[in-house]
Design a protein around this ligand. Structure first.
Ligand SMILES: C[S@@+](CC[C@H](N)C(=O)[O-])C[C@H]1O[C@@H](n2cnc3c(N)ncnc32)[C@H](O)[C@@H]1O
Length: 248
């Protein structure tokens, strides 16, 4: 997997991606990351890549030609079936199913807007798919690209030490993960649920399943509504929720 980011702020992408698990994955060659400075394709000696809006309005818009040239230069170095995405608040909202889909692509070109965004014509010419990281407006696409790179790269083979590390995490199968605890066993009067200290694998697995469902119901009733749970599972879940309430 190769990811190339077209941006006016390559240092932002490189700084974020160089840390933690992403940084290690890059160092180990689990995926490749390149940045392309759109300003290098400005075609003028000032590096100017934006201009005022037709029809009036405040702010500046990134112009077609520098983005187009930057994209062509990235495309040349990419597998033919790489996907081109533009970060945009109008786009398909990034969720785990989109992350999984993108992690299966041979390459991604991420285009980051700034100012008022990017002239529509170049996005049409590229056929860029718009992706949003949520229903709010950021100053630029770089943080969105960094979020996408983080979420996608941890799905790639060998990036996390063990597949179970992410298979059981929230959103992997439309539900949230159970509550989690580490040492000490007792912290300021609050103890770790007894079952997790019991060493009884079957009871622990059952607790994890039910607690994940309880978390989903509490925090994301919209996700819970989409789960297909039989009557027996629902009965065990209500019992578990009763125990959670007694705990607190
Ligand atoms: C200030 S925004 C432009 C917003 C645009 N004028 C609009 O109202 O749709 C500048 C850039 O930030 C990025 N951006 C802003 N919000 C985003 C979001 N929610 N998800 C992904 N990228 C975003 C995009 O690349 C966008 O071109």
């Amino acid at each position: 997997m190769k990811i190339t980011v077209l941006t006016l702020f390559p240092e932002l992408i490189r700084t974020i991606a160089a840390s933690s698990i992403t940084g290690r994955a890059l160092a180990d060659g689990r995926f490749a990351l390149e940045t392309v400075q759109i300003r290098d394709f400005a075609g003028n000696r000032y590096g100017k890549v934006d201009d005022s809006l037709y029809g009036g309005g405040t702010g500046l818009l990134m112009q077609c030609e520098p983005v187009w040239q930057a994209w062509l230069s990235a495309k040349e170095q990419m597998p033919a079936d790489a996907r081109s995405l533009v970060l945009s608040p109008k786009g398909r909202v990034l969720d785990q199913s989109l992350v999984d889909e993108l992690a299966a692509a041979p390459g991604l070109i991420l285009i980051c807007g700034h100012y008022e965004g990017i002239d529509e014509r170049v996005l049409e010419a590229i056929g860029a798919e718009a992706v949003s990281i949520g229903d709010y407006v950021l100053t630029g696409g770089e943080l969105g690209a960094a979020v996408l790179i983080d979420a996608v790269s941890r799905q790639l083979p060998g990036v996390l030490p063990d597949e179970s590390a992410w298979r059981e995490e929230s959103h992997m199968d439309g539900r949230l993960e159970c509550r989690q605890y580490t040492k000490p066993e007792l912290w300021r009067g609050r103890s770790v649920p007894e079952v997790l200290r019991s060493g009884h694998h079957a009871r622990i697995a059952e607790w994890r399943l039910l607690d994940g469902l309880a978390e989903t119901l509490e925090y994301r009733p919209d996700l819970f509504a989409g789960l297909d749970l039989d009557e027996d599972c629902l009965c065990r879940l209500w019992e578990h929720i009763g125990e959670r309430r007694r705990e607190t």
